[in-house]
Ligand binder design. Structure first.
Ligand code: INI
Length: 157
């Protein structure tokens, strides 16, 4: 039996971060976490691109463009949708999740979901470098792991 696992040694790989500026105080911390994670695993600054969208609703089209360019090994989507301040929370959060999933499936590129969906700003900050870790870091870990797995999977000639 051959078992394939992702590794976390992404030297030479390139990563794009698609970040949503809405709730920027939170998302800036997610970006910090994602970049710190990539740098801690040996990715050079020159191999990271950060592109900002106005809000999480726009992340699908931004991540689609980044993925379709084929310039990156993975795209990391970061955002914060907070119910307490968002009457249309379900639409923004749902469409961001559905859209990002669609980009991943339609491009075959790892596109990871680091979009917080929380009830309050406090819960969001807890997950952006607070007491519940940093989901930006986690989304970068998932991106490295998936890029590594896809690189190892054989294809039939
Ligand atoms: N976008 C977010 O990323 N988070 C939010 O909490 C949010 N709220 O509160 O509405 C939000 N809205 C903006 C949305 O993503 C779009 O940018 C906007 O609707 C324009 O298309």
């Amino acid at each position: 039996m051959k078992e394939i696992n992702g590794s976390f040694e992404p030297r030479g790989m390139r990563f794009a971060i698609a970040a949503a500026r809405f709730n920027e105080i939170v998302v800036a911390k997610l970006v910090e976490g994602a970049v710190a994670c990539l740098r801690a695993h040996g990715v050079s600054e020159d191999d990271i691109v950060l592109a900002w969208a106005p809000g999480a609703f726009e992340l699908p089209v931004l991540s689609a463009r980044l993925a379709e360019s084929r310039l990156y090994d993975a795209v990391i989507c970061l955002g914060a949708v907070i119910r307490g301040e968002t009457p249309h929370f379900d639409y923004v959060a749902g469409e961001a999740a559905r859209g990002i999933r669609h980009v991943a499936l339609s491009t075959g590129m790892p596109v990871t979901f680091g979009v917080l969906t929380t009830e309050s700003m406090e819960q969001a900050l807890d997950r952006a470098g607070g007491k519940h870790g940093n989901k930006g870091w986690d989304a970068a870990m998932a991106a490295m792991e998936m890029a590594s797995i896809l690189e190892q999977l054989p294809t039939k000639e």
